[in-house]
Design a protein around this ligand. Structure first.
Ligand SMILES: C[S@@+](CC[C@H](N)C(=O)[O-])C[C@H]1O[C@@H](n2cnc3c(N)ncnc32)[C@H](O)[C@@H]1O
Length: 237
């Protein structure tokens, strides 16, 4: 990993990239979609700028909280300011640098699979299932997340059913049913002309997530749905 994402976050924090010019932002594309802009300021959003699903997840957060894949630490910062005991983790060294520089006290470079502490709330936000990468890895991640929960603990995770991305102009679907699960994408990002090594990123529809949860002994409930096939789920023991 070249950590282009973290580099872009650091540039923004230090005012080197302001996000006002298109080419200063993060450019993303996938194997099934064209280039799109991920505005850097969005990664530094405050509560009022967050989607309703994220706001709901923060309102439901209780006890000791783990923010998995914290990015620039926006969710952790909000919770910390509310007096919540929160730990932020990310595999990106530079993202953790940014999170710490923004004031998050407990932030660590750590892959979720190497986390060992226990928590009352585990947050995975901004397509939290992306971290699982592929459908075949979902139960491995869910089992591990389950092992980190205190009794009465919860996992709050968001994702989207991206079936709509396979719709043609006539409203028909062109999903190849012989291919892998339609939410498994090859994800590409670049910033100022520098490209990251291709990533795998998983979008999971709610029913598939629920089924996967059941196979590892987790309850999965729909908390709320967003405006564009997105949803927030609560997993518990
Ligand atoms: C889409 S970003 C979301 C950032 C942040 N949660 C937000 O909402 O702004 C996903 C983040 O997950 C991190 N990540 C990916 N795989 C991870 C893993 N296995 N463990 C911890 N963090 C991971 C990435 O480095 C990236 O910062």
């Amino acid at each position: 990993m070249k950590d282009i994402f973290g580099k872009a976050l650091l540039d923004y924090l230090h005012g080197i990239s302001t996000g006002s010019l298109t080419e200063e932002n993060i450019i993303t594309w996938t194997n099934i979609s064209d280039k799109d802009i991920l505005p850097l300021p969005y990664l530094f959003r405050d509560f009022s700028e967050m989607p309703k699903l994220e706001q709901r997840a923060l309102e439901l957060s209780k006890g000791k909280v783990l923010d998995v894949g914290c990015g620039a630490g926006s969710h952790s910062l909000y919770l910390q300011e509310k007096g919540v005991d929160v730990k932020a983790i990310d595999i990106s060294k530079r993202a953790i640098e940014v999170t710490k520089q923004r004031g998050v006290l407990n932030a660590e470079v750590l892959n979720i699979l190497n986390e060992t502490e226990r928590f009352d709330t585990i947050l995975l936000l901004m397509n939290g299932t992306g971290i699982f990468q592929e459908l075949r890895q979902v139960s491995k991640y869910l089992k591990h997340l389950k092992s980190l929960l205190n009794p009465n603990g919860q996992i709050l995770i968001d994702s989207s059913d991206i079936k709509y991305m396979y719709e043609d102009d006539d409203g028909g679907l062109w999903i190849d049913t012989n291919a892998s699960y339609y939410g498994e994408l090859d994800y590409f990002i670049s910033h100022k002309g520098e490209s990251e090594v291709p990533l795998k990123w998983l979008y999971l529809d709610f029913d598939t997530l629920k089924l996967a949860c059941e196979t590892v002994g987790l309850k999965c409930e729909l908390v709320s749905e967003g405006v564009h096939f997105d949803y927030l789920a609560q997993l518990s023991l």
